[in-house]
Design a protein around this ligand. Sequence first.
Ligand code: GLN
Length: 506
Amino acid sequence: MTDLTRLSAAALAEKLSAGDVSSVEATQAHLDRISAVDGDIHAFLHVSDHALEVASDIDRRRAAGESLGALAGVPLAIKDVLVTTDMPSTSGSKILEGYMSPYDATVVARARAAGLVPLGKTNMDEFAMGSSTEHSAYGPTRNPWDLDRIPGGSGGGSAAAVASFEAPLALGSDTGGSIRQPAHVTGTVGLKPTYGGVSRYGAIALASSLDQVGPVTRTVLDSGLLHDVIGGHDINDSTSLAHAWPSFAAAAREGASGEVLKGLRIGVIKELPDSGFQAGVSESFRAALAAMEAQGAEIVEISAPHFEYGVAAYYLILPAEASSNLAKFDSVRFGLRVDVPGGTVEDVMAATRDAGFGDEVKRRIILGTYALSAGYYDAYYGSAQKVRTLIQRDFDAAFASVDVIATPSAPTTAFKLGEKIDDPLQMYLNDVTTIPANLAGVPGISIPSGLAAEDGLPVGIQFLAPAHEDARLYRVGAALEALLVDSWGGPLLDRAPVLGSNGGSR
Ligand code: GLN
């Protein structure tokens, strides 16, 4: 019998609509898989008690002849940054331990309305600050390719859940790379939409001018299918775009033929320092470009002189916005309250925030408060905003001569747990290729490009397109995916060590 957890969401959806399997069976298979492997992986902070009930309702509606969405009955993992009414939402923080939201994030509401079955909430770096999921207040997630290694971050839980076949689909959020970098290190597909393309309503805010919600999947088509469900204008998000988006699933299907590669102009940034990249990452990147070139794509050297200042600008803008967004965790309105007998209101707030926030969150609040303080505002925050504008102009200039920009999705493959935890700067440098897209608001996708020769771990290639051109990423991503999967003789994840065959690790 087919192992339902190994199917893509698209293939599972077909079986569901053909009546070959029920959503209860598909959901149960994933719950069983979670029981078998999540003790090792720790992708989930909470597994839903209602998943089978929801699945059985979908089965009943299907049997009654109701017309259901393309992904109806397919299980979905949800990053804990997204609030849900039926499961706690902690954003990976102790300050929100056990917090129940009175409303669903728009993307969750849309997923439910489309008949997807929420399986649980996934682990993440506290308030989405990090690149390894080690900053979660609930313990780290492990990479299914090697349990001693990180699954990326901040959305390591979503990526690891999808990579270890605990869920066919997951939702993530990407403020500086938290969808794309975990995809890179786990051999999965992650897409950050155009800023404003997917609602941020109910996504616990990290940095509001950078945050975007998006899909985490095993295939480009699955990403398009999920994006079609969650995307589009939302009156509850003032930065949501009123734009007529095409079907991203249709774009992915269209791209798979490879036709799009003929004459496609792919920009490669000449200033990206080769030296900062692991050899196997650079090799995999160049091999993917060569494969596309062989199909008629043109590789064009472009200049993006300000990208190298992206990390510095981001780590001023992000803490500034985060320090302001996190001010609401004041012991009065949400979550934790630490009582200080005989203390003032300020004493209670200080004790609560001291106990409730982890070190990385405190570091960023302090950095952000400093960057915004009188006398320093122009020198730090003001300068960073100018750099942001220069990066946006670099993109505008580049997209005048190329259709997409390609970069490796991150500088190295998955590093070991503990390796960078005491070195914030090294941790921040993971985001060197992902951050510019957030600063400019343009869409980016990471898809697997292969395994690094030296360590056999997954590598991702990132494509960036102009704002509103997410569909182009689906076409190009699906074209390259088809080429590569063909050359590998099957999906990259088929080569991952098999977890849980006897209930334990590899
Ligand atoms: N690693 C980045 C950071 O720590 C990315 C965060 C994100 O995208 N949520 O800020």
